[in-house]
Design a protein around this ligand. Structure first.
Ligand code: MN
Length: 253
């Protein structure tokens, strides 16, 4: 299969390498990924700067391009300029750190898969639930397994899948759960410091928090040790409020 591989951690990130190693022998894998880390850029695209590309001449065994843009830029540019033929599948990741709950809105990893879906191509986002000493091997194995099973899953082309793999030893992973995006949000935290000239600066250090204990939701299921899979919608409309007579009564001044 023709596969486009991208991420938000940057073209040389170990998680991307792990996916590349897992797929390169049986598929035609082209990498088009950001040249620097683009975590938490969401679905941003670059409009006010040029987007520069650099051919990866076999660096780390990769075939493709490093791009001075966001994950969504990478997918757009790959599809419309760089690749001789459109890919049949877009893989994004494996991200360092889970993408659950509200983090789906900030995630560059998920946005690359969403961008693929907007372009009519199946996009799969993979994230590993740790920020420290990651071992991507089981997550990559799961990705291969999922891609092998794709034909029988009946996924419509415009549907991205968000997949999170817990950072546990494979024998401790309890199974796979199809789950809804949870309401897990960030407990907002800023670390306030001063630079050598006395100017205050901040680091965002928020942590994902959720009090729910419902295994049909992504965050609780992830914490409980399941690989979680969520089919995503890109239409943000609130269907229920769309039927609200009070909102519908809104008129001109
Ligand atoms: Mn990232």
């Amino acid at each position: 299969m023709r596969i486009l591989l991208t991420n938000d951690d940057g073209v040389h990130a170990p998680g991307l390498m792990a996916l590349h190693r897992a797929f390169k022998d049986r598929h035609q894998v082209t990498v088009v990924a950001p040249d620097t880390e683009q975590s938490a850029v969401g679905h941003a695209i670059t409009l006010t700067d040029p987007i520069r590309v650099r051919r990866l001449e076999g660096e780390d065994g990769l075939d493709g391009w490093a791009v001075s843009g966001t994950p969504a830029d990478c997918v757009k540019l790959a599809l419309h300029e760089l690749l001789p033929q459109p890919p049949e599948l877009v893989l994004s990741g494996i991200n360092l750190g889970a993408n659950l709950g509200v983090n789906l809105l900030y995630s560059g990893t998920v946005s690359a898969a969403s961008e693929a879906a907007l372009q009519g191509i199946t996009g799969l986002a993979f994230s590993l639930g740790t920020l420290h000493r990651p071992d991507f091997s089981f997550a990559a194995r799961f990705a291969v397994h999922l891609v092998e099973r794709l034909p029988e899953l009946g996924l419509p082309p415009g549907t991205p899948l968000n997949v999170n793999i817990p950072a546990l030893a494979p024998e401790r992973i309890k199974g796979v759960r199809l789950v809804r995006q949870s309401h897990a949000s960030l407990r907002e935290r800023f670390i306030r410091r001063s630079d050598p000239r006395g100017h205050v600066y901040y680091w965002q250090a928020g942590e994902t928090m959720d009090s729910e204990d419902d295994l049909s939701l992504d965050y609780p299921a992830h914490l409980a040790g399941y690989v979680t899979v969520t089919p995503l919608r890109l239409d943000l409309t609130d269907e229920e409020l769309l039927r609200s007579p009070t909102l519908a009564a809104l008129d001109l001044p």
